[in-house]
Design a protein around this ligand. Structure first.
Ligand SMILES: Cc1ncc(C[n+]2csc(CCOP(=O)(O)OP(=O)(O)O)c2C)c(N)n1
Length: 805
């Protein structure tokens, strides 16, 4: 069993550097103390700080190099300050939610406090050289979600080291970069912690995982978190062989070290870094005997759940205090010297706090003054409702107004002025519109980059010699073209490598392009997604496969919380152009033919969701996505792999713009709006409807996100005046979403001559077998009935009832 590291006496640091480290830790602690005070006094909403972890943070920061990556959580405050990713002044700006990138460059005021992110995109969306930066992938609050992403960040180094064809472009220096992950002891109880540790071990990816162990997860002690109350003990099976060759037993270098022992921490992390950098051996460092001087966060006090002896121990083993004692014991500094500098530290931190607060408040006060002046002008201009003066005074009395206070006041004033028409009132109206627009952008920009929307259509070209192939052979040809033209594309997933995926879309690709390009993975959907995110952050173009749509649920949390929000939550500072490939619909059985589309589209805003009805269209969408820098899910239609299609001569160039539906059958009586596998059913029903004199127009939506950006469906409705929304999702799911898009957003209600209808699947999951499928999902007969009913209602004489009911 590896030994716990003890204090080392000989340090590779000068005296001044050690003292500097101590003051960094001390100032960070001051910032935590002041930060908590700011929350308790009402200046900020919530605070969570890095107190108790300062010394471990410093040791990590000392081993962290430019080009390295962090995938961590909120306890990394001191480390982030030390590397300049988030200075303590910026930390206060984030605490106050200062929505200005100049003051808070990590999240632009969108993230909760202690959510770190380096900006690796320039303002114009181009990528900076990452080897010149201390890279921090953007934090999320769900505990453990930083772990899957760490898999991909670390694995990118493996690819950059082994795959000589990869363009480096400032993303790597020979794969020497380490990914540093941090996670709390309690969060190791999460499934994705284990999935990630296993994946990193299997991939032999250069990650150093730190588990900060302060014994608790908020109020719940380790007794309830993990077996043996000790993550280190149960990780022993991950221990590597003591050898440095590539074919040694795959595993981790495991280390345990005390969180107050500066010298041992430095040594531990230097050792782990050299193993990872030189040999790509991952490490897990269990940092024990850590404390939470102010409790978990500002939400409550730890005196409520920690026993008195634990609180006493925490005081005694406080890492900053211990480091101070050690400095004196080692003769590196004196009590007097340190005390003097600490006084200065306190003043410095307080200065940063004040500067951050003043900078946050100044523009809001300026806007308040503008509003007060506008109101004063209205009051002066004409006899007005008396409440205006009152509103003015209320605004002036606010010491630290929020913008929302100003807007509520402006709204109230305009309500009072509703019967007045005066030029001065127009100034108020205009002010409010402008300010609203600015704040909507302040909090809503960068959900998408819109680069995919700009891709123009390239139509397929066919010649007499164009072969007719099975659907799977069409995507296969597309992937062949993609892999040959773009060395950054890496495809991976369950059965993707040797087998070429369960439907043979990647058949022969591993043989042709090698194991690094087309790769099998374990059954680990959350980390397949995380792997893709991390790789995409480092300049690669991953196509990650989730074997069936139904299993996307295992990855949806990572997609929803991490990938989909990434660009938005960093206010355009980070992006991960991941392509998630999956297949769904129309196989049979509960877990092989479900349609979770509404769940997906509502959870992944920030991604595109594409549902091509055939494989040529799937190929075109892959090409479109690779021309953009946005993440997307592409659902291939399961029963399309065995349907024949002609192979376009230009399979590698065809593109379809996003958000443009296609009319796949023209008609004049009813518009059927549908997508994916349901297109075929709608077309079948359209044929039988034509036999009874009903001409249906069938529109394939093609992409659910974005949805019909040019209003083509509205134009169809304008012609037919009747509409049916058809899909395989549950009632009130995607059919309701499409209805809202067309009737509300496109104003389609104005063209309706009959009530709009939806025809979704049943609320239960699809039953197995042909009959189970028939009575679980829409079929040509139910589509016929839904459309015919509309016609009957409109003209009972021409369309008499066919069946009773
Ligand atoms: C998925 C998820 N569940 C619950 C929470 C609420 N929560 C926030 S922090 C926390 C405790 C985490 O403890 P630990 O991992 O030990 O980290 P520490 O805060 O102690 O450093 C909990 C339960 C969350 N943020 N995410």
């Amino acid at each position: 069993m590896p030994k716990k590291k003890g204090s080392a006496t000989a340090l590779p640091l000068e005296r001044e550097e050690i003292v500097k480290d101590y003051h960094l830790a001390f100032r960070s602690r001051q910032a935590s103390l002041i930060g908590r005070r700011e929350v308790l006094s009402g200046k900020a909403k919530f605070g969570i700080f890095g107190d108790g972890k300062e010394v471990a943070n410093i040791a990590i920061a000392r081993a962290f190099r430019k080009g390295d990556w962090r995938s961590g959580y909120y306890r990394d405050q001191t480390w982030m300050d030390m590397l300049g990713v988030m200075s303590l002044r910026q930390m206060f700006a984030q605490l106050y939610a200062h929505a200005d990138l100049a003051a808070e460059p990590n999240t632009g005021g969108r993230g909760m406090n202690a959510h770190f992110a380096s900006r690796y995109l320039n303002a114009d969306g181009t990528w900076k050289s990452q080897v010149e930066m201390y890279n921090t992938s953007s934090d999320v609050s769900p505990t453990g979600t930083q772990m899957p992403r760490a898999v991909g960040l670390a694995y990118a180094s493996v690819l950059y080291r082994h795959l000589k064809s990869l363009p480096v472009n400032g993303f790597s220096k020979g794969g020497d970069e380490i990914t540093w992950a941090t996670v709390g002891n309690a969060s190791t109880a999460e499934g994705m912690f284990w999935e990630s540790v296993n994946a990193i071990g299997v991939l032999q990816a250069p990650a150093i995982i730190t588990v900060y162990d302060d014994g608790y997860g908020i109020s719940v002690p380790n007794q309830f978190q993990m077996v043996k109350e000790n993550i280190f003990a149960i990780l022993q099976g991950f221990q590597r062989d003591d050898c440095l060759e590539e074919d040694c037993e795959r595993g981790f270098d495991l280390q345990q070290v005390r969180g107050w022992d500066y010298a041992a921490l430095l040594e531990t992390y230097q050792h782990a870094a050299s193993l990872a950098r030189q040999h790509h051996i991952p490490s897990l460092v269990h940092v024990i005997e850590l404390t939470q001087p102010q409790g978990h966060s500002t939400s409550g006090s730890h005196e409520r759940y920690k026993p008195a002896e634990r609180l006493k121990w925490e005081e005694e083993f406080d890492c900053v205090r211990r480091m101070r004692t050690w400095l004196i014991e080692q003769g590196i500094s004196t009590d007097e010297e340190l005390s003097k500098a600490e006084q200065e530290d306190r003043r410095t931190v307080e200065g940063w706090r004040k500067a951050a607060w003043d900078a946050y408040l100044a523009p809001i006060l300026e806007e308040r003054d503008q509003l007060v002046d506008i109101l004063a002008e209205i009051v002066a201009a004409a006899p007005q409702p008396p409440e205006l003066a009152e509103i003015q005074q209320r605004l002036l009395d606010l010491q630290a107004p929020f913008r929302r206070d100003l807007h509520s006041a402006a709204h109230e004033a305009l309500r009072g002025l509703r019967n007045t028409d005066h030029p001065a009132k127009q100034v108020l109206v205009q002010w409010k519109v402008q300010q609203d627009e600015a704040s909507l952008a302040r909090y809503g920009s960068d959900l998408y980059s819109n680069s995919a929307l700009g891709v123009e259509e390239v139509k397929p070209v066919y010649s007499p010699g164009s072969p007719t192939l099975m659907g799977f052979e069409i995507v296969n040809a597309a992937f062949d073209s993609i892999l040959s033209r773009d060395p950054r594309v890496i495809a991976f997933g369950e059965d993707v490598g040797k087998l070429g995926d369960v439907n043979q879309g990647f058949k022969g690709m591993q043989e042709k392009y090698g194991e690094w390009r087309v790769t099998d993975t374990g059954i680990r959907e959350a980390t397949i997604l995380g792997q893709a995110i991390g790789m995409a952050m480092r300049g690669l173009r991953p196509i990650c496969e989730i074997q069936y749509l139904d299993y996307l649920l295992y990855a949806i949390q990572v997609m929803s919380d991490d990938l989909a929000t990434l660009r938005w939550r960093t206010a355009g500072g980070q992006a991960a152009p991941v392509i998630v490939r999956t297949r769904g619909h129309r196989l049979e059985g509960i877990w092989h033919s479900g349609s979770l589309m509404a769940g997906i589209i509502h959870l992944v805003r920030g991604m595109h969701v594409l549902v091509p009805r055939d494989m040529t269209r799937a190929a075109a969408f892959y090409n479109t996505l690779l021309k953009s820098d946005e993440p997307a899910i592409l659902v291939e239609v399961l029963n399309g792999y065995r349907v024949k299609e002609r192979l376009p001569d230009n399979i590698g160039e065809i593109t379809i713009p996003l958000g443009v539906p296609e009319v796949i059958r023209e008609g004049s009586d009813v518009t059927i709006v549908t997508y994916g596998a349901c297109c075929r059913i709608a077309l079948e029903a359209a044929k039988t409807l034509a036999e009874v004199g009903v001409e249906v127009e069938v529109v394939d939506v093609q992409t659910l996100l974005p949805f019909d950006v040019r209003g083509r469906i509205g134009a169809s409705l304008k012609k037919t005046n009747r509409i049916l929304f058809l899909d395989e999702d549950v009632p009130g799911g995607t059919s309701a979403y499409m209805m809202q898009e067309v009737l509300e957003k496109q104003g389609g209600y104005a063209w309706l001559d009959s009530p709009p209808r939806t025809l979704p699947g049943k609320p239960h999951r699809p039953a197995y077998g042909s009959d189970g499928d028939y009575w679980s999902k829409p079929n040509p007969e139910t589509v016929f009935d839904a459309v015919y009913d509309m016609m009957h209602e409109a003209d009972p004489a021409a369309f008499p009832k066919i069946s009773s009911g």
